[in-house]
Design a protein around this ligand. Structure first.
Ligand SMILES: C[S@@+](CC[C@H](N)C(=O)[O-])C[C@H]1O[C@@H](n2cnc3c(N)ncnc32)[C@H](O)[C@@H]1O
Length: 250
C-alpha cells in the first residue's frame, strides 16, 4: 500500500534527524542567523522550515511542486511564505536571497545542474547555496549479506520513480557546472549507538515494501523483515548510505 501523506511527513522528518549535526555545523558558516530572506527549494512537508524560522530572523520561503506536501508545510510554519512550482524555474527575481538551500531534492529533479543554476540566480552574489543531503545508493552497505539485495531493490525503485540513485557522487560537479564559487563538498559520517526504534523499523520497511513493487515475493520480504528485526536486536546489523553535501557561493 502506498504511504500516506502523514507517513511521508514522518519519513521526511526522520531523514532530517540524520542530517541534523551537519546543519548545526553549516548554518552558522552560511550566515543563516543574519540572513533576511532564506529559501528552501523542494521543501516537501516542511521538515526544515520550523528550525529555519527558529534559528534566524529571516523571512523563510519554501517551495515545492507537490501542493499536498506544501499544505502540511504551511501548517508547520504559518509565518513562512510558500509557493507551488517547479524548482527549475523559481518565481523570484535574481539576487533575492542570502541563503538558498535544498535537502534530498536534487536526486529527484530532471536537471540538477539547471536547478542549482536557478538556485544561484535567485541568491545574492557571494551568498550561500547549500545542498544538504544527496544520497548515493551505489555506496549502500548492508550487513549481514542476506540484506545485500536491498541495495538493488532501492536503486531500481529510485530509477523507476525517475530519481538518480547515484546523485551524491555527482554533487561537486553539478555545483561547478552550475557556476557556483568556492565549493566545499563532503559526505556525512554515520554514528550508531542504538538500533532504530520499532516505529523507525516499521517505517523503513513500509518504504522498502513500496520500493520492492513486486520484484520479490511478499513472503520473501516478510522473511527479510523478520531477519532484519532480529539482526538489529542482536547488534549485528549495519546499514549505511553515503549522503553528500555541497556548499557554494553564488
Ligand atoms: C525527498 S523529498 C524532500 C523534501 C524536503 N526537502 C525534506 O527534506 O523533507 C523531495 C521533494 O522534492 C520535491 N520535488 C521534486 N522535484 C521537484 C521539482 N522539479 N520542483 C519542485 N519540487 C520538486 C518533491 O515534491 C518532494 O517534496
Amino acid at each position: 500500500m502506498p504511504l500516506t501523506l502523514a507517513e511521508w511527513d514522518q519519513r521526511f522528518r526522520q531523514q532530517a534527524t540524520w542530517t541534523s549535526d551537519l546543519r548545526s555545523y553549516l548554518y552558522p558558516k552560511t550566515g543563516l542567523e543574519k540572513a533576511q530572506k532564506v529559501l528552501d527549494v523542494g521543501c516537501g512537508t516542511g521538515a526544515l522550515i520550523p528550525e529555519l524560522c527558529a534559528q534566524s530572523e529571516a523571512q523563510v520561503y519554501g517551495g515545492d511542486w507537490d501542493t499536498a506536501c506544501l499544505g502540511m508545510a504551511i501548517r508547520k510554519a504559518p509565518a513562512g511564505i510558500f509557493f507551488g512550482g517547479d524548482a527549475h524555474t523559481l518565481p523570484f527575481p535574481a539576487d533575492t536571497f542570502e541563503l538558498t538551500l535544498c535537502h534530498f531534492l536534487l536526486l529527484w529533479v530532471d536537471d540538477p545542474v539547471e536547478t542549482v543554476r536557478e538556485m544561484r540566480r535567485v541568491t545574492k552574489p557571494g551568498r550561500g547555496i547549500l545542498a544538504l543531503a544527496e544520497p548515493d545508493y551505489g555506496g549502500r552497505v548492508d550487513y549481514p549479506p542476506a540484506f545485500a539485495k536491498l541495495k538493488d531493490i532501492q536503486t531500481q525503485a529510485l530509477r523507476r520513480q525517475g530519481a538518480d540513485p547515484y546523485l551524491g557522487r555527482k554533487l561537486r560537479s553539478i555545483f561547478a557546472r552550475a557556476g557556483c564559487q568556492e565549493i566545499m563538498t563532503g559526505v556525512l559520517g554515520g554514528q550508531w549507538s542504538e538500533s532504530p526504534s520499532p516505529a523507525e523499523q516499521a517505517l523503513e520497511w513500509s518504504v522498502i515494501t513500496e520500493d520492492a513493487g513486486g520484484t520479490i515475493t511478499a513472503q520473501e520480504l516478510h522473511h527479510l523483515q523478520a531477519r532484519d528485526k532480529l539482526a538489529w536486536e542482536r547488534n549485528e546489523r549495519t546499514l549505511y548510505v553515503p549522503t553528500f553535501y555541497a556548499w557554494g557561493k553564488a
